[in-house]
Design a protein. Structure first.
Length: 187
């Protein structure tokens, strides 16, 4: 007798928050993140029998989400620049994206989240997957749909841009308190 197919609803309940967090960190817009997750779950649902048989269902869904987010980045950027920026973007990012234990003090988190929003979408996707979710370079390349070299160059350029944003030139800046190494590299 074949193993029972896991319920799609259970998959959604278990993975909705991590998908929303990932979408927000990459798309940098709460409504767009919700739309990306909805489209991702729609695509997963259409192939649920095949997806249910996969060992890493969440990784499959995350790959769809990241590719949707990177593909639609130009349209989102254009729309975002046409609309007025909200002053509460960093606060919203903190509530949605990052738990208190992950990045330390509130002002450090707000500054880092704000700086992350200034990266281009592909760099942001690579930084989020590598350093927030601790994926390897090859796992990140598979999720983003690019080569290993592209992941390395986007990570390097993104980290350098974050350093420039976070290091205004004064000693003791916030970047001294924030490690941008993958968690596995710290071990």
């Amino acid at each position: 007798m074949a193993a029972p197919v896991p319920r799609f609803e259970a998959f959604v309940e278990e993975n909705l928050h991590p998908l929303l967090r990932t979408a927000f960190l990459i798309a940098w817009d709460e409504r767009e993140a919700e739309d990306l997750v909805q489209e991702t779950l729609f695509r997963v649902a259409r192939k649920w029998r095949q997806v249910a048989a996969m060992e890493h269902r969440f990784a499959y869904a995350r790959r769809i989400l990241v590719r949707l987010a990177v593909a639609g980045a130009t349209k989102r950027h254009r729309r975002r620049t046409e609309l007025a920026a909200t002053d509460n973007l960093a606060a919203a990012a903190l509530e949605i994206a990052v738990g208190a234990a992950e990045l330390g003090a509130l002002e450090i988190r707000a500054e880092l989240i704000s700086a992350l929003g200034r990266l281009n979408p592909r760099q942001r996707a690579v930084i989020v997957l590598r350093y927030f979710f601790d994926l390897s370079e090859s796992e990140t390349a598979a999720a983003v749909g690019c080569s290993l070299g592209t992941v390395k160059s986007n990570a390097s350029r993104g980290l350098e841009q974050l350093r420039q944003i976070l290091e205004p030139g004064d000693a003791g800046s916030v970047s001294d308190s924030v490690s941008l190494k993958p968690r596995s590299a710290e071990l």
